[in-house]
Design a protein around this ligand. Structure first.
Ligand code: PLP
Length: 243
C-alpha cells in the first residue's frame, strides 16, 4: 500500500472508532469527551506510525520500552505526539519509562513502583500512572489479582504504599479482561474494575482514581458503556501486527 493510502485508511478507521466511542458514551449518558482514544502501535513498523501521525493521531500506546524508544528516536522531528506505556515493565526498564512516556497504564508490582519513584525523583518530576488489576484472575495476565471481591481488602497495603511514593501520581486503574469472541462477555470484568475503583475512592478520598483504562479493538464500545475514560485500540485502527 502507498503511504498516502495507508494514511487515509488509518484516518478513516480512527474517525470510525471515535464515532463509535461517542455513540457508546451517549448510550450510557456519558460525555463523549470524557473518553480518550490511545492508538496501540506495538509490533507495527515505523511506516505505520508515520502514517498514523500524518492521519492526525496524537496519543500512542506501546508495550515494550526499548521498541518504543527506538521508534521515537527514528521519528526524530516528527515525534510530536504523546506516548503511553501499556505493557508490563520490568523494574530495570523503569528509567526508560520515566524518561520517555507521559503515562504508564500498567504498574503491576511495588518493586517497579519504587524504582519508578526513584527515577522520577532524580528527574525532579511526578510520574503519572495507573494500577493494573487482573480482574479475570488469569495466570497469564499481569496486575494485582482483583478477581475475588471478598479479597479486595488484601490489596490495600500495596496500594497504600504506592500512594505514599512522593514522586508517583496515581490517576486510576487499568485492566485487560479475558479474551472472548463475544465482546459482551467482557462486560462483567469492566464492571468489576469500575466497582473496584469506587471501592478504592471510598477508602482513599484524598487520592485520585479517576481514570479507567479498559477496552481494546474487540470490546472498546462495551468498555465505554461501563465507564472507560481511556480505551486502547490497536488492530482496529492500524491493522494487524507483525510477529
Ligand atoms: C495490544 C494491546 C492492546 C491493543 O489490542 P488490539 O487488539 O490491537 O486493539 C491494548 N492493551 C494492551 C495492554 C495491549 O497489550
Amino acid at each position: 500500500m502507498e503511504n498516502k493510502d495507508l494514511t487515509e485508511v488509518i484516518r478513516l478507521r480512527y474517525e470510525e472508532a471515535q464515532s463509535q466511542i461517542a455513540k457508546s458514551a451517549q448510550s450510557a449518558g456519558r460525555n463523549p469527551e470524557s473518553v480518550k482514544l490511545v492508538v496501540v502501535t506495538k509490533k507495527q513498523p515505523l511506516a505505520v506510525l508515520q502514517s498514523a501521525i500524518d492521519a492526525g493521531i496524537k496519543i500512542f500506546g506501546e508495550n515494550y520500552p526499548k521498541e518504543a524508544v527506538s521508534k521515537m528516536q527514528s521519528l526524530g522531528e516528527k515525534n510530536t505526539v504523546e506516548w503511553h506505556m501499556i505493557g508490563h515493565v520490568q523494574s530495570r526498564k523503569a528509567r526508560l519509562v520515566v524518561e520517555n512516556f507521559s503515562l504508564l497504564h500498567s504498574l503491576d508490582r511495588l518493586k517497579t513502583a519504587r524504582r519508578l519513584n526513584q527515577f522520577a525523583q532524580e528527574a525532579q518530576k511526578k510520574f503519572p500512572l495507573l494500577l493494573e488489576l487482573n480482574v479475570g484472575g488469569e495466570e497469564s495476565k499481569h496486575g494485582w489479582d482483583a478477581s475475588d471481591e471478598s479479597h479486595w481488602e488484601a490489596l490495600l497495603p500495596d496500594i497504600e504504599e504506592a500512594l505514599s511514593l512522593e514522586n508517583l501520581e496515581i490517576r486510576g486503574l487499568m485492566t485487560m479482561p479475558p479474551f472472548f469472541q463475544d465482546a459482551e462477555l467482557a462486560r462483567p470484568y469492566f464492571r468489576q474494575l469500575h466497582r473496584l475503583r469506587d471501592f478504592l475512592s471510598k477508602k482513599y478520598p484524598q487520592a485520585n482514581f479517576e481514570e479507567l483504562s479498559m477496552g481494546t479493538s474487540g470490546d472498546f464500545q462495551i468498555a465505554v458503556q461501563e465507564g472507560a475514560t481511556i480505551v486502547r485500540v490497536g488492530q482496529a485502527i492500524v491493522g494487524q501486527r507483525n510477529y
